[in-house]
Design a protein around this ligand. Structure first.
Ligand code: ZN
Length: 461
């Protein structure tokens, strides 16, 4: 029995862990590496195992850094079974198809550049839409929270609510091989308690080994309520000045949380009644439709809205902009609108058009509600740039800039520590965090047995 590590090791992206036990090879996640410079190359590297040899893939959730390399797995010969919760299955389909489309788009651009330079042309996408479609045929059994699934003789998997995004799970593996038994728990990404839509992570069971994410292992989050109040204030103030509010947003979870917060603000008269809201992201619109199909997944208050036949993501003045013509039409609105568009870090997507039209207006506001990596347009604006370049044009930053930190979808240090303590694990393996964050987290664990594997390491169970 062993686990080998093939992504998100001393790093936050590319989650991929391989468990070998009872004659089977089980992969937990197969995510994209994101955020660094040589990422295209890193994602194209060999996995560190033979894709054809994988019997089963268990998906913790549908974020790209957990499912982004799954179509590549198919392209390289994986034909096993994928097991996930019902919501993860639907969201992962959307995310993988979108990723395939972007790969193809990037490859075409690269080919055009090479053609102009008269370079030999070799712009192959990492994987194609067909790979993403084909791998969706590998989805087999659907996992329900708390329901043990016998994967093979000697291997039972149980998915537990991780409270991170819709459908997210921690995965418990009960393994038996040659009379030896081991209970191994993979945290997946853990959510934080007190969020508006999702339930907090389920209490973890006692296990022998825990593999835990450490994204925010070195810090504590601000609470949500003051962050929502700050959002309402930013909107009201911008509208009084006659401007718009641009909110760069991630399509999964954050967009839906914001819609829910805006809905509540309108209902409680904390937001101007004439407010127009544009969700300008085909991906976020599709994700919202999937969210609407899973009323079972929510906090009681939200679940009750669904039961009463009311839509928690709908509010007066809400417009969905799926087509690019709808998106371009928003540019004519100069005040009184909240414009939510991707990408969250402004590295691509439609939000850059809205920034070009609003950033230079002193009456407008831009509200950042998510993580912004160094080197991204979002980060430059947050760090106080007076002027930024968008589509090759220099744009003055005169809008009011807000950074609201309370919307995190991840557990903070205190929550991670409490969750781990409940597992009573003899061995704790840290993944999915920056190396420095992992050290800070490990320091809080006292004399517990901590392991911090590097990419490609194997640990005997
Ligand atoms: Zn995640």
């Amino acid at each position: 029995m062993k686990i080998s590590f093939h992504g998100a090791d001393r790093d936050v992206t590319g989650s991929c862990h391989l468990v070998e036990a009872a004659g089977k090879r089980i992969l937990i996640d197969c995510g994209f590496f994101q955020g660094g410079r040589d990422l295209d190359d890193e994602n194209a590297e060999p996995f560190g195992f033979d894709a054809r040899s994988i019997d089963i893939l268990l998906l913790t959730h549908a974020h790209l850094d957990h499912c982004g390399r799954v179509p590549l797995l198919y392209k390289r010969g994986f034909r096993g079974e994928i097991i996930a919760t019902a919501a993860t299955r639907e969201l992962a389909r959307l995310v993988m198809l979108d990723a395939a489309h972007l790969q193809e788009e990037d490859a075409r651009q690269k080919m055009r550049r090479q053609a102009r330079r008269d370079d030999p042309q070799n712009g192959q996408p990492l994987y194609a839409t067909l790979d993403a479609l084909n791998v969706c045929d590998c989805f087999g059994r659907v996992a329900g929270y708390g329901q043990p699934l016998a994967l093979a003789p000697g291997i039972v998997a149980t998915f537990l609510d991780a409270g991170h995004i819709l459908g997210s799970a921690s995965i418990l593996l009960a393994l038996e091989e040659g009379g030896k038994q081991r209970r191994v728990l993979f945290s997946g990404d853990l959510g934080n308690a007190g969020r508006s839509l999702l339930r907090p992570p389920a209490d973890p069971p006692e296990v022998d080994v825990v593999v835990i994410e450490t994204t925010y292992g070195d810090r504590l989050h601000k609470p949500l309520a003051p962050s929502i109040a700050e959002l309402y204030q930013a909107i009201s103030a911008a509208f009084q000045r006659g401007g718009n509010v641009v909110v760069p947003t991630f399509a999964l979870e954050r967009a839906q949380e914001l819609l829910y917060a805006l809905r509540q603000g309108r209902e409680r008269n904390l937001l101007p009644p004439a407010m127009q809201v544009f969700l300008d992201s085909p991906m976020a619109i599709s994700a919202t439709e999937i969210f609407e199909r899973h009323p079972e997944a929510y906090e009681p208050e939200v679940a009750e809205l669904f039961r009463d036949g009311r839509d928690p993501f709908s509010l007066p003045g809400l417009h969905f902009a799926r087509e690019t013509t709808d998106s371009a039409a928003i540019n004519r609105v100069t005040g009184g609108a909240v414009i939510m568009a991707g990408s969250g870090m402004c590295t691509g997507g439609r939000v850059r058009h809205h920034l070009r039209h609003n950033l230079w207006r002193a009456e407008a506001a831009v509200v950042f509600v998510g993580f912004a990596a160094v080197g991204t347009l979002a980060r430059r604006i947050i760090d106080g740039a007076k002027q930024v370049e968008i589509f090759g044009e220099k744009i003055a930053v005169r809008a009011e800039i807000h950074t609201i930190n309370g919307f995190s979808a991840h557990a903070d240090q205190a929550e991670l520590l409490a969750w781990r303590a409940q597992t009573h694990a003899a061995r704790t393996i840290l993944v999915h965090g920056e190396a420095e964050t992992m050290r800070a987290f490990a320091a809080k664990l006292g004399d517990a047995k901590i392991e911090i594997p590097a990419l490609g390491d194997t640990i005997e169970l």
